[in-house]
Design a protein around this ligand. Structure first.
Ligand SMILES: Nc1ncnc2c1ncn2[C@@H]1O[C@H](COP(=O)(O)OP(=O)(O)OP(=O)(O)O)[C@@H](O)[C@H]1O
Ligand SMILES: [Mg+2]
Length: 384
């Protein structure tokens, strides 16, 4: 268990079964590793690529232990794995990133405390454990503000905006009076993300920031490079480095940042895993975020992260299936379009089903091509 280098031919265990695990498993397999996955569902995007798919709830600790016993290192593609499952896995195998880092990143109150204690910039916020906290917080922070559940939020779920006329208590009721953070609503110039990796030897490596546009709180388009001043990119990477070091992190971590209209760079949240905004690294960077995760957790040197050409990624949500199967042939008729699908069989609205990546001489051109390709998915197949 004290070995730091896990050689190709060894087995990597992935907790979680989604598309992040799928693309990680593809990268791991290319490097000659075997992959096991554990998730509560059968035939998951990760399970379709893995050598072994174990179907078990994360709180079935005996199954988690058995899963960990059969692998050389355990990692995650999903951060909401219960702490007890991570601890059970750690009894049997190396777990990278470590459970403490995961606990910080999966809980907004712990995350804010960690960031604030390291002097890292966050929006004004307060912890909400009671109605009194909430009312004091609204008085201190002002409006507009956003109330977010401390645990288990994703894609904007578990959030309520507090406008000038919102009753804060009613908003909190909507979130089931769960533990929350209340944070100031930031007037955004843009949103960026930095994906960094830290190896077993403490070495670090970063992708240049990505520019992210959300729709209905879900990532819609990522562009690389981000059109931001060099000092903002530098600061975002330095913040990411401090977080990796502060968490004694091994693996890939993404930080989502706000760039406020007044110029401030603020940390929004941490993702202790590969990230949707890094999907374009698969096609457009010398080393993908997924390969970097393999290198980091297996104790190998990190790969070069340079962008080979400006690129854009657009997400394909289940909504595209509303009128039947998308017109793949029409989009693929654009020969520069890279189509990635996650093997999900039911296309619910808002569900991430796949993405498209396009590279071009500029990020704006790549975006226009990618958006055009996504439009073509909705076109009717020509009738014969
Ligand atoms: N304080 C804020 N000020 C302005 N916009 C915000 C604020 N908080 C959240 N948003 C908007 O809502 C989006 C989702 O918020 P956040 O990242 O906190 O949620 P999430 O549900 O954890 O999403 P995910 O984990 O899928 O990224 C942000 O990317 C941003 O566009
Ligand atoms: Mg987010």
């Amino acid at each position: 268990m004290s070995r730091s280098r896990i050689a190709p031919g060894s087995t990597i265990g992935v907790l979680g079964g989604g598309q992040l695990g799928r693309m990680f498993a593809m990268a791991a397999r290319r490097l000659g590793y075997r992959v096991h996955t554990l998730a509560p569902e059968h035939d998951t995007p990760t399970g379709q690529i893995a050598d072994v798919e174990i179907v078990a709830p994360y709180d079935d600790l005996d199954q988690v232990r058995a899963f960990a016993r059969a692998v050389d290192v355990v990692t995650f593609e999903f951060e909401n794995v219960p702490a007890a499952a991570v601890a059970a896995a750690a009894e049997e195998a190396l777990v990278r990133p470590n459970g403490a880092a995961l606990e910080v990143a999966q809980h907004r109150i712990r995350e804010k405390r960690f960031l604030a204690s390291h002097g890292l910039p966050v929006a004004a916020y307060c912890e909400v454990h009671s109605e009194a906290d909430l009312l004091e917080g609204v008085a201190r922070i002002g409006r507009p503000a956003v109330l977010k559940t401390a645990a288990l939020g994703y894609d904007g779920k578990g959030q309520v905006a507090l406008g000038p006329d919102t009753d804060p208590v009613a908003a909190w009721e909507q979130l089931g009076r769960a533990e929350c953070v209340l944070e100031s609503f930031i007037d955004l110039a843009r949103e960026i993300s930095v994906i960094g990796a830290r190896g077993v030897d403490g070495s670090t490596s970063f992708f240049e920031p990505f520019d992210n546009t959300h729709r209905h709180h879900i990532l819609d388009v990522t562009l690389a490079p981000a059109d931001i001043p060099a000092n903002v990119a530098f600061d975002a990477i330095e913040v990411t480095r401090e977080v990796l070091e502060g968490l004694d992190y091994v693996g890939i971590l993404c930080i989502e940042f706000f760039v406020a209209k007044d110029g401030r760079l603020l940390v929004n949240e941490l993702a202790p895993r590969p990230h949707n905004s890094g999907h374009l690294t698969f096609d457009a960077c010398r080393t993908s975020q997924f390969e970097q995760q393999v290198r980091a957790i297996c104790g190998y040197p990190l790969g070069a992260t340079d962008l080979l050409q400006p690129a854009a990624m657009v997400n394909l949500l289940g909504d595209l299936w509303a009128n039947g199967e998308p017109n793949w042939a029409a989009a693929l008729a654009m020969p520069d379009v890279k189509l990635h699908l996650y093997g999900k069989t039911s296309a619910r609205p808002g569900r991430k089903m796949g993405h498209l990546t396009v590279m071009a001489p500029t990020a704006a051109q790549a975006r226009d091509r990618a958006l055009a390709a996504r439009e073509l998915l909705l076109s009717r197949a020509p009738t014969r």
